[in-house]
Design a protein around this ligand. Structure first.
Ligand code: AP5
Ligand code: MG
Length: 213
């Protein structure tokens, strides 16, 4: 099963993807995580991407399309995958359709997680991530047992550079202008499944699994 997780910054795409990949046995492909990994490794691609990410802008299409193409051709994607944060605009969606056509694959479901903006800001500004294993937490909504320390591996928790209020405002605007048109794009393909993203993480997981079947 090939799934796209669509939704604004902070909607819970990463949180739900991590739970869904366990349930479905398919990998998560997060372009944001891939770009942050490239930056951590100090590659030219990562350093270039940082300029855009720090401003809350989209990284150029050619960069992310290339990353996704390379990733979905890997062996562990043979039974499907969960795209998190890609596509992000109509031209990326068209490139994905073209790439999948060549591979004789299809997107089965596009899950759009909907959350109001005031809640998104609360989620993003309180998010903490493990530097070591990538596990996600929230200062208020999902706090670690010990402040600043990952429950799973005892790694250090950090705040993402783009989770400050100024950059969050830009990211929300980019979502409205560039990503939201994908709702219409996938509605026309009869692939869109809208999910209310407010509630407990377990309740939202149950809503998503109900539509995926
Ligand atoms: P990316 O990393 O994709 O960030 P994003 O889309 O802005 O989304 P987030 O990761 O911030 O949110 P999320 O929906 O995953 O929420 P999470 O589950 O963590 O992209 C970052 C940047 O990279 C972009 O700005 C761009 O520059 C670049 N980029 C990436 N992909 C690109 C592409 N395709 N094209 C071009 N550029 C690209 O949850 C957030 C918080 O809320 C957590 O703390 C969590 O614990 C908490 N939470 C989750 N669910 C709940 C709940 N139900 N109740 C309470 N709290 C909750
Ligand atoms: Mg994410």
């Amino acid at each position: 099963m090939n799934i796209v997780l669509l939704g604004p910054p902070g909607a819970g795409k990463g949180t739900q993807a991590k739970r869904l990949i366990e349930a479905y046995g398919i990998p998560q492909i997060s372009t944001g995580d891939m770009l942050r990994a490239a930056l951590k490794a100090g590659t030219p691609l990562g350093l270039e991407a940082k300029k855009y990410m720090d401003q809350g802008a989209l990284v150029p299409d050619s960069v992310v399309i290339g990353l996704v193409k390379e990733r979905i051709e890997q062996k562990d994607c043979a039974k499907g995958y969960m795209l998190d944060g890609f596509p992000r605009n109509v031209s990326q969606a068209q490139a994905l359709d073209k790439m999948l056509g060549e591979l004789r694959q299809n997107i089965d479901h596009v899950v759009c997680v909907e959350v109001p903006n005031d809640e998104l800001v609360r989620r993003l500004t309180g998010r903490r991530t493990c530097r070591n294993c990538g596990a996600g937490f929230h200062e208020m909504f999902d706090p670690p047992k010990k402040a600043g320390v990952c429950d799973k591996c005892e790694g250090e928790l950090y705040q993402r550079d783009d989770d400050n209020e100024t950059t969050v405002t830009s990211r929300l605007k980019v979502y409205e202008d560039s990503t939201k048109p994908l709702i219409d794009y996938y509605e026309k393909q009869a692939k869109l499944r809208r999910i209310d993203g407010v509630g407990s993480m377990d309740a939202i997981l149950a809503r998503i699994t109900a539509v995926l079947g």
